[in-house]
Design a protein around this ligand. Structure first.
Ligand code: G6P
Length: 631
């Protein structure tokens, strides 16, 4: 939610910032703005709507300065207007600020500042922060100084502590809530102060330039060297160096990491949308997720990053998984597979519920969180709550260096590269794969035999090819999408490990097509949703080969008897009674652990093509954001 970017260097800041904002737009696209420090002034251009609106606006300004900040907004406090767009400028005109997060005590601070004569142009919590910095700055006495140290890069470069830095630090000590901020001050023309608490922020260390951003995609075209900032840290940038300190004024020695992916991974290539690209990238993404993670004897999985020995894992007698959105659906499939193959109980909770409901946890519970971004605030809060209670928390996560990855006690990286489409696709199937591998690993520590392990591993290794096969259905699914795109209600129905896929199918359609859809266990449908059935409400059924096939067919009959159109997703070798389904999509028959991965493909494609058919903005669906960093 909200993307921020800031630049200090030798180049024209506005160009680099606008490029960064385009890449961060998935985080929010209600408005966008940029501020450049030039000629001793803060020059702000901001506009409601997409970054492309801002690009037009910027051409009216002559932004040549080499220090600047930019923001793309997902509205929290205040409507979607030019005035509420960031950057905000303090009423004395000295400071400009961008913010990702929520300042919870902003109304008290605003009351205080109003009493001191500060004025406000917007309804945002952010403007309050900006004016509070101005207030502290005005009170800050003399320029303190600290001796330079280091090598001219991190914590070097002879940067003296300044009124600017100290006024930001003081302000943040009074703030309750979450923030990733970047601040400019007219009195410091080539400097920028940034800080974070709960909202993500990293520093790119380039060649004679520094870039701060909410995520690596905004700076990867300029540098792969990054410092991940931690909660409560402030970074002070100048053209020659940077310092990192804490809210308590302690020095932090920076660790410079290297990003392993490149700008090419974040480009759309020949695809029409990132979602389409990411759907078709899934075979490769699955290969990357599983690479090097099977044992030499081919009977189990290996996860070095769990930081747990086999005997420690043997002590575990229950699992808890917390996540949000699509990742929560992946947890439900994982639950099914761990219970089915490892015969251990699993509980899955929405992270947003877990964090407040004080759920009793058994001593031998192993706690997992799942999050593509590693920044979802509710998932992070669930992790922290579990750790507070003394649990070791492991994370299944895609973004290396994300807050969840750093705070977890161990975990499994997904390695699927950047996922940019707001609706998660390749990250989801990778989570399903890793959940299935985890189930195997635990099962092999318990009762699963060597030979069953070998069969399971072989099946998982075949998943990328099976997904390739399923993707060949794309033209057929596109035709189905054309036929059904005008419907306004859909049911998605599945059983066992495909019930979560029904939830996911419905979520995908809602997210990107704005069509009302519900996911239900197929047999449960007759306890309510069947009342919705008419020729206007199609039902998408998962009907794989196996013991429940006939039961699902009976549910289809019940829908058909009420004139409901049926779209059946069946596995190869299944036969439906003639005339029962209006459309049939056939996916490869496969092992139970792989089936949810392969079954994801047709519902992803169906929702994608329906959204395209309806002219929806697939990669930037209204009101949504990819990384939800507010509660
Ligand atoms: C948002 C996104 C979803 C995603 C969810 C959880 O709602 O729109 O696609 O599944 O957040 O995100 P995470 O990064 O924690 O997996």
């Amino acid at each position: 939610m909200c993307g921020i970017v800031g630049y200090v260097g030798k180049q024209k800041a506005s160009a680099i910032i606008l490029e960064g904002l385009k890449r961060l737009e998935y985080r929010g696209y209600d408005s966008a703005g940029v501020c450049v420090l030039q000629g001793g002034k803060l020059d702000v251009a901001k506009k409601a709507g997409r970054v492309e609106n801002l690009v037009k606006e910027v051409t009216k300004h002559h932004l040549t300065g080499t220090t600047g900040i930019g923001h793309t907004r997902w509205a929290t406090h205040g409507g979607v207007t030019d005035a509420n767009a960031h950057p905000h400028v303090s009423s004395d005109g000295k400071f400009a600020l961008i913010h990702n997060g929520v300042i919870e005590n902003y109304s008290q601070i605003k009351g205080f500042l109003l009493s001191k004569g500060y004025t406000f142009q917007s309804e945002t919590d952010t403007e309050v922060l900006c004016n509070l910095i101005a207030y502290h700055y005005a009170k800050e006495p003399v320029e303190g100084s600290r001796s330079p140290h280091g090598n001219g890069q991190g914590n070097g470069g002879a940067i003296a502590t300044s009124r600017f830095l100290e006024s930001v630090r003081k302000t943040l000590r009074h703030v309750e809530g979450t923030y990733g901020i970047a601040v400019l001050c007219v009195d410091y023309p080539a400097e920028l102060v940034a800080a974070r608490k709960a909202s993500p922020l990293l520093l790119g260390v380039g060649d004679g330039e520094y870039i701060i951003a909410s995520d690596a995609s905004a700076l990867i075209s300029r540098t792969q060297n990054v410092v991940y900032l931690k909660d409560g840290e402030l970074v002070h940038l100048t053209k020659t160096g940077f310092t990192i300190t804490t809210l308590d004024q302690e020095d932090v020695s920076p660790v410079v990491d290297k990003i392993t992916w490149s700008i090419k991974d974040a480009e759309i290539g020949t695809y029409a949308h990132f979602m389409e690209k990411e759907i078709f990238e899934q075979p490769l993404a699955l290969e990357n997720s599983m690479r090097g993670r099977f044992s030499e004897d081919g009977s189990t999985a290996n996860f070095g990053g769990l930081n747990l020995t086999a005997s420690e894992l043997r002590q575990i007698d229950r699992f808890m998984f917390c996540a949000c959105g699509t990742a929560w659906h992946a947890c439900l499939v994982t639950e099914h597979l761990i219970e089915r193959f490892a015969r251990l109980p699993v509980e899955v909770d929405y992270a947003s519920e877990f964090r407040y409901r004080n759920s009793p946890l058994d001593r031998n519970t192993l706690f997992f969180v799942m999050s593509q971004s590693g920044e979802t605030i509710d998932t992070l809060a669930a992790l922290r709550e579990a750790q507070r209670k003394g649990y070791r928390v492991l994370a299944i996560n895609n973004v290396v260096g994300s807050t969840i990855a750093r705070e977890a006690n161990g975990g499994i990286y997904q390695h699927v590269g950047p996922e940019i489409g707001v609706a998660s696709t390749k990250a989801f199937t990778s989570q399903l794969l890793l959940g299935a591998m985890l189930a195997l690993y635990i099962a092999r520590l318990r009762d699963m035999s060597f030979s069953d392990g070998v069969i399971y591993v072989k099946a998982l290794k075949g998943a990328p090819d099976l997904v390739r096969d399923a993707l060949k259905q794309a033209p057929h699914i596109q035709a189905i999408a054309k036929r059904f795109a005008h419907h306004t209600d859909f049911l998605f129905l599945g059983r066992l490990s495909l019930f979560p896929l029904a939830l996911e199918g419905a979520l995908k359609l809602k997210e990107i097509s704005y069509i009302h859809a519900e996911g239900y266990p197929a047999a449960e449908m007759k306890h309510g949703p069947i009342a919705l059935i008419s020729e206007k409400c199609p039902s998408v059924f998962f009907a794989p080969k196996g013991e429940i096939f006939n039961k699902v067919v009976s549910s289809m009959q019940e829908i058909k008897a009420r004139k409901g159109p049926v779209i059946a997703i069946i596995t190869e070798g299944c036969e439906l009674p003639p005339g029962l389904a209006d459309e049939v999509i056939t996916i490869p028959d496969c092992h139970e652990a792989v089936l949810p991965i392969v079954a994801a493909v047709p519902v992803q494609l169906l929702s994608y093509y329906i959204a395209v058919e309806r002219g929806c903005d697939v990669d930037k669906p209204r009101n949504l954001a990819k990384s939800v960093t507010v509660e």
